[in-house]
Design a protein around this ligand. Structure first.
Ligand code: AHR
Length: 670
């Protein structure tokens, strides 16, 4: 009996204990639920967010240009590579003596300095003779599509017909056309034809069969898909431009990057040789030919089929402000670092003045007239120009002075972007203070750093001088290993570190006028640099988690900076959360961005006291995965993508779950 009474009493005590514990936990939970973590202030909005804030950096690196977005399928189409047969193979192969009896490369630099070589073909005996072009890692074509062939020829002795075939890996033809040269007046002719394919080829070639006997000169042999961007003949790859378009970029920086500087001044990018008829565009080697993190690519050249006119046109298509960068009289300072003497700088400065006239000048001006002749009488409305890429030192400053004086005198409205080299570097402080003393318009900073650096530096711009020059974050990307390593991967965690940093950029959009991830594109087989925003092969592409971060910021940039705080402080790492807030005056939305790069989910209550409605919903778009190492790939392009849903708003407050490894964008209609 006593035993059973004791048992009951112990049971009661246990029950009371459990009940108290439950009550305690319940009350504690209620307290947590009631507690607001973050406050968004939409009354105290600061400054306008520049429409240019989030943009793109394009450079022909990783086969981004030739072999990438420029849709030409033929490698070395004009036989102008230093090895004029590069990309071309005699089929069947012959001994050199036999080959040179039939084929001769004529180099006539006195006639056309920019496009000196062509191929002369002499066939005396009818036999099977073909040349095959391997394209860029193979020629890829889609079933049922038209491919536009262009041949520039000059017939010396008539009799040779040119039969072109698209051949698959099994040497089977999937489409062909025959060109029968008609003109015999010893003049260059351009002839066009369409090859319609009856099958898809992943890795094929273009075979040119010579039929009959005679003598013919061949200069350009070119093949483009007919589904180029905006159906422009000889234009850009539709799918890759679409990738850019879908980011809604505020600006496009071109054409680089290190290729602006050149390995030496001779191989610098010179915009004047990239416009006009293709035969006037002077091919040069690509600075990335030697490789960097990736393998060397001896066949990497710049044909400039994608030249300055096409870049301006692309900016217009993307509704992005044009931001060209010009060489400043210094070649790549990571390479030979050659310096152009001050008394030879005038042609460099003149190039800059002429570029502004080319972009904006009236059709009566010399360069405006050239633009109009290319099909664009209207101004391209260029407002910014970069002087130099990653350059530094007093030698940069004195050359910059020359550009500034000449440009500001003639075009006072032109905003000049000034280099500081790669940051942070030992020269950065010297450069930064020299440029601030000069009171330049915009200072260009580049950061290729680890995730930890990006997370730790998200408040870096909170302390910048508000009265000095604006900042252009010209290149940045998170390295999963270290800069220059071939092991760098485009992981979700890296993208989240960038997103955390970008909340700091957004919070400081009063002084940061532009920012761009770099580099933009990489061919999965032929890259020199990693990580990159978009990876592609010859037929398709995939968007990295960093791409989606860029897109989410760009498409939700708002018009004015609001504030989101925790106990009055900016949210930059406390409890492993980074956050920013903006409002969009056009849509009436409050937009909140929250980054949780940690491996733990977080629950937060966000109050927007000035919200008009007490009960409604917000949309939340989340980029996340269970593993911070998650990536996208050609095989799994949609492994990490943003997903949208709605969440309730009660009493102007949102309770939000921020999953581990996530970036969330909340949009509230105010
Ligand atoms: O984005 C790749 C390279 O990094 C750029 O060409 C150069 O500006 C920087 O060093």
């Amino acid at each position: 009996m006593l035993k059973s009474t004791m048992t009951i009493s112990i049971k009661r005590k246990k029950a009371t204990l459990v009940l108290s514990l439950v009550c305690f936990l319940f009350l504690h939970c209620c307290q947590i639920i009631a507690q607001v973590n973050y406050k968004v202030d939409i009354n105290n909005v600061k400054e306008n967010i520049p429409p240019t804030l989030w943009g793109l950096f394009f450079e022909d690196i990783n086969r981004s240009g030739d072999g990438g977005i420029y849709a030409e399928l033929i490698k070395n189409r004009s036989f102008d590579f230093p090895d004029p047969y590069m990309g071309w193979k005699l089929d069947p192969p012959r001994h050199m003596y036999a080959k040179h009896e039939i084929f001769q490369v004529i180099n006539q630099s006195a006639v056309n300095e920019n496009n000196p070589k062509y191929l002369q073909v002499t066939i005396n005996n009818p036999e099977k003779i073909s040349l095959a072009n391997e394209g860029f890692g193979g020629i890829t074509v889609k079933k049922g599509m038209g491919y536009e062939l262009t041949v520039v020829y000059r017939q010396k002795t008539s009799g040779i017909n040119l039969k072109f075939e698209l051949i698959n890996a099994e040497n089977k033809s999937v489409g062909s056309t025959t060109i029968k040269p008609s003109s015999t007046d010893n003049e260059w002719q351009t002839v066009k034809a369409i090859i319609t394919t009856k099958d898809t080829i992943i890795k094929g070639k273009l075979l040119l069969n010579f039929e009959g006997t005679g003598k013919i000169d061949l200069d350009r042999i070119s093949l483009f898909p007919s589904d180029t961007w905006m159906n422009r003949k000889g234009g850009l790859r539709n799918d890759l431009v679409q990738d850019l378009y879908d980011i809604h970029p505020g600006f496009l920086r071109f054409p680089g990057g290190c290729i602006v500087e050149g390995k030496t001044p001779n191989t610098r990018y010179q915009w004047k040789t990239t416009i006009g008829p293709l035969e006037q565009r002077k091919l040069i080697s690509n600075q990335w030919q030697e490789g960097a993190a990736g393998k060397p690519l001896p066949d990497y050249f710049q044909s400039f089929g994608l030249g300055f006119y096409e870049y301006f046109q692309l900016c217009e298509d993307l509704k992005a402000a044009a931001l060209p960068i010009l060489n400043c009289g210094l070649s790549c300072q990571f390479d030979a670092a050659e310096v152009v003497p001050m008394d030879e700088m005038s042609s460099y400065v003149q190039d800059a003045l002429d570029l502004i006239e080319f972009a904006n000048g009236d059709v009566t001006t010399a360069w405006g007239k050239k633009r109009a002749a290319l099909g664009h009488p209207e101004s391209f409305n260029m407002k910014m120009l970069g002087i130099g890429n990653e350059n530094w030192g007093p030698q940069y400053i004195e050359r910059l002075e020359l550009f500034r004086e000449a440009i500001k005198t003639k075009y006072p409205y032109m905003q000049l972007i000034c280099a500081t080299g790669y940051s942070p570097n030992p020269q950065f402080h010297f450069m930064d203070s020299a440029l601030r003393k000069m009171n330049v318009d915009i200072i260009d900073e580049h950061y290729y750093q680890t995730a930890n650096w990006f997370l730790m530096n998200a408040s870096k711009y909170d302390h910048y001088d508000r009265k000095g020059p604006k900042i252009f974050l010209g290149e940045y990307a998170c390295m999963s290993t270290r800069i220059g390593s071939p092991e760098n991967k485009n992981t979700l965690f890296c993208a989240l570190a960038e997103a955390a940093f970008m909340t700091g950029v957004e919070r400081n959009a009063d002084i940061i006028c532009m920012a761009a991830y770099a580099p933009l594109f990489a061919h999965v087989k032929d890259w020199q640099w990693t990580p990159n925003l978009i990876w592609f092969d010859n037929s398709t592409s995939f968007r990295t988690p960093s791409y989606y971060v860029q897109q989410l910021f760009s498409m939700n940039k708002g018009t004015s900076m609001a504030s989101i705080t925790e106990n009055g402080n900016v949210i930059a790492g406390s409890d492993s959360i980074w956050a920013s807030a903006v409002i969009d005056k056009h849509t009436g939305e409050v937009i909140i961005k929250l980054v949780n790069p940690s491996g733990k989910g977080k629950a937060k209550k966000i109050e927007v006291p000035q919200l008009g409605n007490s009960k409604s919903t917000a949309t939340i778009t989340v980029l996340k995965a269970d593993d911070g190492n998650a990536m996208n790939s050609l095989g799994q392009p949609l492994n990490v993508v943003p997903v949208s849903s709605t969440i309730p708003i009660n009493n102007r407050t949102i309770s939000v779950a921020l999953p581990k490894y996530s970036f969330s964008v909340i949009k509230i209609r105010s």
